[in-house]
Design a protein around this ligand. Structure first.
Ligand SMILES: [Zn+2]
Length: 329
């Protein structure tokens, strides 16, 4: 059967309102001109479209390590120059300098805070961000506490690529990160959370432990593909829990950092009450500015004051929930 929606992805639709974000979605998915409109689709066509990738069983454990009631996972997507025109080939010196701020100033500042607070974090790299400033790996790895994971080759948009190109770029990226860091990444986050109809097949073939680009829950869950459990752990993200849209001073939704901090605190407090997970996505070149670091410090202080919290990397969380759910055989 030819699916009329082959050029679509659910993630793409979710990203559309955030064109001004730093981790932005680039192109609006278009149905092929000769495709049937969706109101004419058969029952099976609608179900097949929806069921390509779905949330399966809830993997939230009864308790987190050390008996903690809530897990706190900090992500930093180290996009730097890749989202400042490089991925589109629209190279301009000014925006690139903003990207260089990421590796030169912001990443060391962010890592310094995490190390001082003894809070582990996961750093997702497009390979080119690390190739342009490989010293970032030394800064991150000095404490032995943090994780480096993969975020594409040059922040490419997966839905604009054919399957072979998408897979080639991700394999290249894993090789480059492994060469620079000495460790193969076990986690994947799609650039711009842009998940193509081929992404899950590629993630499975490459044997990733976890994926972190989708939004079907606040809790970790197992990805299901065409109705079948995959064994891949999803650590879900959300635009509410992302620094990019609200911290863009040229955007239409700009919010002062201390107001954004209050949203994150409310999200954390409810996760604490529910006994689930709080996963926050940030970008060094965005959050690593002075006024935003103040907000992140305030959030960490609030979380620590609340107590009964486990801080972990995404890898540690994925391994833990797999073991608790009996997925390791
Ligand atoms: Zn990104």
């Amino acid at each position: 059967m030819t699916r009329p929606i082959s050029a679509f992805s659910t993630a793409s639709f979710l990203l559309l309102p955030f064109l001004a974000g730093a981790c932005q979605q680039g192109s609006v998915p278009q149905a092929p001109a000769d495709a049937d409109p969706p109101w004419n689709w058969t029952e099976q066509e609608v179900r097949d479209a929806v069921n390509q990738v779905r949330a399966g069983r809830d993997l939230n454990p009864d308790g987190w390590p050390d008996g903690a009631r809530v897990a706190v996972l900090f992500s930093f997507d180290v996009d730097n120059e890749t989202v400042q025109g490089l991925r589109d080939g629209t190279v301009s010196v000014g925006p690139l300098s903003q990207g260089q701020y990421g590796s030169r100033v912001a990443l060391p500042r962010v890592v310094d805070l995490m190390d001082r607070e003894q809070v582990p974090a996961s750093f997702f790299f497009p390979a080119w961000s690390l190739k342009l400033a490989p010293e970032q790996a030394d800064v991150i790895q000095a404490s032995g506490m943090h994780e480096i994971a993969v975020h594409g080759w040059i922040h490419e948009r997966n839905t604009s690529l054919d399957a072979a190109t998408e897979e080639r770029l991700l394999r290249q990226a894993v090789d480059a990160l492994t060469e620079i860091t000495g460790t193969a990444p076990v986690g994947y986050r799609a650039p711009s959370w842009n998940f193509s109809p081929n992404t899950l097949d590629i993630v499975r073939r490459m044997g990733f432990l976890y994926e972190s680009s989708l939004m079907a829950d606040d809790r970790p869950y197992e990805l299901v593909q065409d109705g079948q459990p995959t064994g891949v752990v999803e650590l879900p993200v959300e635009w509410i829990l992302d620094d990019a849209p609200l911290f863009n001073p040229q955007g239409t939704r700009y919010s002062p950092p201390r107001e954004v901090m209050q949203v994150w605190i409310d999200e954390f407090d409810r996760a604490w009450e529910e006994g689930t997970m709080f996963l926050l996505t940030m970008h060094p070149h965005i959050t690593g500015h002075r006024s935003r670091i103040v907000a992140l410090e305030g959030l960490i202080a609030h979380i620590k004051a609340k107590g009964d919290v486990w801080f972990g990397t995404h890898e540690q969380a994925a391994r833990y929930v797999r073991a608790q759910a009996g997925m390791d055989g």
